[in-house]
Design a protein around this ligand. Structure first.
Ligand SMILES: O=C[C@H](O)[C@H](O)COP(=O)(O)O
Ligand SMILES: C=C(OP(=O)(O)O)C(=O)O
Length: 398
């Protein structure tokens, strides 16, 4: 006995002998509002008994999720947002290929958990961006998906109410709305693409994306990156090794074919052309890797593999031992290297929020400290502004 999609039954009304492989276990869109047990049509498979379900089914249930096209219909891209996106994507490509001498700065909270503080941060960036635009291209870190070392809150898209209700339709809606508003303010957005189905919902509002240290070695993420329409940075592995990221860049820049969710929420075979803008992000590991020798060695490894040797340095994570007070040290060191002539340094990343530090997640926003990260500790706005302005002063003299 198995559950089968109503479409499959309509197409095969008399075929009770469909093999389990052919049976598509999926929610039936027409009856999504009915109780979960009625959402599936039970189909008798010869030779199988009701009790056999336990051998072929481990999921608790399937719940409906909004389709990308429906969400985009609700929250369409505006002309202002589109202009921000197009201009930023082109500038990032030019920075990576050194046609644009500026440095890319990706700065913002470790994760977004509250719309108000995210928009307030974006507004501060908007003012700062205009002051430094001759030397720095500012992109806001707008991270909605968190890869966890073991367990923990997985970000706004997964659990927007922070209470394990996993209302992902609400999460996607909030995420898309925030991204739209930030782009409309003239601030380009950067994010980590974690669930391979997420780009279908938000990629049209993202100017730069990352594949994280925990997923750079995953074929699924490399395939996804090969079809993304923006530059993608692959982080080095959590232990500090670069091999996985180098191999990821090769795989992502190649054409790939793989199953992927389309705009109507159906699984298709996606064929990609490859992403020529895949690059490496050094985030440290057991030890930091932003020093001169580490950057030179990364550059050599990329060149040896005939890959673009432009490098972004993440000042947080392994490069700060997750101590936000050490991000400034990494930033200043890398800026000095760039000033000394290392043009392979294309960008820097900061984990920064309105206020420094971190706190534990809580579903009640009124119990949380406003503008403080609920994932990794961040530097506060004051330090962020100081670091960005000092980099601008340094580069102005070039
Ligand atoms: O930037 C985010 C975190 O470093 C990453 O999600 C891992 O976090 P965790 O080790 O707290 O799970
Ligand atoms: C999870 C992140 O980084 P990493 O993959 O380098 O740990 C992040 O930047 O949020």
């Amino acid at each position: 006995m198995n559950y089968v999609n109503i479409d499959t039954v309509k197409q095969n009304p008399h075929d009770e002998a469909m093999s389990l492989r052919q049976i598509n276990i999926a929610p039936v869109p027409e009856i999504q509002n009915q109780p979960i047990q009625n959402r599936f049509i039970l189909l008798k498979s010869p030779g199988l008994k009701k009790a056999d379900v336990k051998y072929i089914k481990n999921e608790e249930n399937f719940l409906p999720l909004i389709s990308p096209s429906k969400l985009k219909h609700e929250i369409p891209v505006s002309r202002e947002a589109f202009n921000t996106l197009c201009s930023a994507r082109q500038s990032i490509k030019n920075i990576l290929t050194r046609q644009d001498k500026r440095i890319l700065v990706i700065t913002g909270p470790c994760s977004i958990h509250d719309e108000k503080s995210a928009l307030e941060y974006a507004e501060k960036l908007r003012i700062l961006k205009n002051r430094v635009q001759d030397t720095l291209l500012i992109v806001m870190r707008v991270y909605f998906e968190k890869p966890r070392t073991s367990t923990g809150w997985k970000g706004m898209i997964s659990d927007p109410h922070m209470n394990s209700s996993f209302d992902m339709t609400a999460g996607l809606r909030k995420a898309r709305d925030i991204l739209l508003r930030i782009n409309e303010m003239g601030i380009p957005a950067g994010t980590e693409m974690l669930e391979p189905s997420t780009p279908a919902y938000i990629a049209d509002l993202i100017s730069w994306s990352a594949v994280g240290a925990r997923t750079t070695e995953s074929q699924i993420h490399r395939e996804m990156a090969s079809g993304l329409p923006m530059p993608v940075g692959f982080k080095n592995s959590t232990d500090g090794g670069l091999d996985a990221a180098v191999n990821a860049i090769k795989a992502a820049s190649s054409a790939q074919s793989f199953p992927a969710v389309d705009q109507n929420g159906r699984t298709n075979i996606m064929r990609t052309k490859g992403n020529p803008w895949a690059h490496i992000v050094l985030r440290g590991g057991k030890y930091p890797n932003y020093d001169f020798a580490s950057i030179e060695s990364a550059q050599k490894q990329l060149k040896k593999n005939n890959l673009m040797d432009s490098i972004i340095v993440d000042c947080s994570h392994g490069n700060s031992d997750k101590d936000f007070r050490k991000q400034g040290r990494a930033w200043n060191d890398v800026m000095r290297q760039r000033k000394a002539g290392n043009k392979s340094i294309a960008g820097l990343m900061l984990e920064s929020h309105l206020n420094e530090g971190s706190q534990k997640p809580c579903p009640d926003l009124s119990k949380l400290e406003y503008g403080v990260s609920i994932t990794d500790p961040c530097i506060g706005w004051q330090e962020t502004e100081k670091l960005i302005l000092s980099a601008h002063e340094m580069l102005k003299e070039e």
